[in-house]
Write a protein that binds this ligand. Structure first.
Ligand SMILES: NC(=O)c1ccc[n+]([C@@H]2O[C@H](COP(=O)([O-])OP(=O)(O)OC[C@H]3O[C@@H](n4cnc5c(N)ncnc54)[C@H](O)[C@@H]3O)[C@@H](O)[C@H]2O)c1
Length: 432
């Protein structure tokens, strides 16, 4: 069967289905499509499916033209139901893996997808999980669920984990030039899936098991979370010592070996860095091991929005003002620059805390028209010279490239800059 699959792959006759057409699934679907494969996208969100069918993109890195071309070709079809799985050869799962209200891994989206695959599983199917998760999800949970059909993994169907490494907003590293890790539940599954990704990615790194691949993804994101926590704490210490943390990091960065620059910020956001390490620490807790470094890093990073609010209060205090009654303009509400994603964004917590303390708080972000703080919907203001002048303080949370920093500086009364974007100015600018 392996030979037959690889022959079909070479002829680009393998039909590929992607479950979950979000930040990960949609660009991946288009990459396979551009490389000559027929794609069946599935998403439970009817609104997204309708937008795609009308040639409208909801992911900043994907243009409407790309969608229109793909849909028009007839080789990129999108559905809000699972029946088409019967017709495909490869099924890639790219659904969300958030935390539950009690901060435990929420695998319900994966389990729902697997349940639906199970109903249509047939001999020769290749199933790949891309969603980030804890070690053991693929070869323990998914494998056993799919084998309930009577089909055997490694013989009748094939199963692997291949973590997504997409970096939204990145202009250099795209799917093609970012090496992709693949770990099969068994040897044959690993080889087949390695060959599949080789059609769209320059380098595929095949590891010995799906568990290694799952852990590798968690290492990548935990590495970032821990190092960001380190510089966030460094920023707090430097403020106490009256030292410029940004200059410290740049000077340490002149060392050509053994050091890598990370920058502090107002807190971490997005679907990966704040969440993925918790998947690992949760799994370890079930085995009676306490992942201390992850817990401490998470505590420091989670506390940063509160620290930002404290700093705003201290700055206003210097000018004999309080947060209560002050007009505060927040610039940037997305979790990182040049993206439109506000999931887990620290800006939301900061705005909420400032509003609770009685500030008149409003925001501008070129990529976000409105945000919800609890029940409250807040629309963005226009970034005019009047809006800036009327604000007691401007707080930069996200350093989007399109911001005109000179214009903002010229019109502002006070600035609190959490990203060192106003580095060339000193007067009236306070830095994290
Ligand atoms: N966004 C990133 O930068 C990034 C990077 C690397 C890895 N990841 C991981 O990739 C996974 C997906 O993340 P994302 O950012 O694309 O999420 P997303 O929320 O943007 O997209 C997920 C999509 O899956 C759909 N969906 C939910 N349940 C479904 C089901 N049962 N069947 C079909 N579709 C379903 C949702 O409607 C949504 O459109 C997560 O595990 C995440 O941790 C994300």
């Amino acid at each position: 069967m392996e030979k037959e699959i690889l022959k079909k792959l070479e002829a680009k006759e393998l039909k590929i289905s992607i479950l979950g057409l979000g930040y990960v699934g949609l660009p991946l679907a288009l990459e396979f499509y551009k490389n000559g494969f027929e794609i069946y996208g599935i998403d439970v969100d009817k609104e997204k499916v309708e937008k795609l069918n009308n040639g409208i993109s909801y992911v900043l890195d994907v243009s409407n033209e790309e969608i229109k071309d793909a849909i028009k070709s007839g080789k990129f079809k999108v559905f809000d139901s699972y029946e088409v799985i019967k017709e495909v050869d490869v099924i890639i799962i790219a659904v969300p893996t958030p935390l539950s209200k009690t901060k435990d891994p929420d695998l319900s989206y994966i389990l729902d997808a697997v349940e639906n695959i199970k109903n249509h599983l047939k001999k020769g199917h290749i199933v790949i999980l891309e969603s980030t998760t804890y070690p053991g999800t693929t070869d323990e949970i998914i494998k056993s669920k799919l084998e309930e059909t009577g089909l055997k993994c490694g013989e009748d169907f094939f199963l692997a984990f291949s973590p997504e490494r997409i970096n939204p907003g990145d202009k250099v590293y795209k799917i093609k030039n970012t090496p992709k890790v693949v770990g099969g539940v068994d040897e044959i599954s690993g080889i087949i899936v390695k060959n599949i990704y080789s059609k769209i990615v320059d380098e595929v790194v095949l590891v010995s098991s799906s568990k290694v691949a799952e852990m590798a993804k968690l290492l990548e994101n935990t590495f970032r979370a821990v190092n960001i926590a380190l510089v966030n704490e460094l920023a707090i210490m430097c403020n106490i010592l009256n030292i410029d943390v940004w200059e410290v990091i740049e000077s340490a960065g002149s060392k050509p070996f053994g050091f890598m620059k990370f920058y502090p910020g107002p807190g971490i956001g997005g679907h990966c860095i704040p969440i993925d390490p918790i998947y690992l620490s949760w799994k370890m807790k079930t085995l009676n091991y306490n992942a201390r470094l992850i817990e401490v890093a998470s505590e420091i990073n989670t506390n940063m929005p509160r620290y930002v609010v404290q700093r705003i209060s201290d700055i206003l205090n210097e000018y004999e003002r309080s947060i209560k009654g002050s007009r505060i303009l927040i610039l940037g509400v997305t979790y990182k620059k040049d993206v439109s994603d506000i999931r887990e964004s620290p800006a939301i917590d900061i705005i909420s805390m400032l509003a609770d303390k009685g500030a008149i708080v409003y925001y501008f972000d070129p990529y976000v028209e409105k945000i919800n703080i609890g029940e409250l919907e807040i629309e963005r203001v226009e970034l005019t010279s009047e809006t800036i002048k009327e604000s007691d303080i401007v707080v930069l949370i996200t350093d989007h490239s399109v911001f005109d920093y000179d214009f903002i500086y010229k019109n502002s009364n006070l600035i609190f800059d959490t990203k060192n974007a106003f580095r060339k100015y000193s007067e009236k600018v306070y830095r994290l």
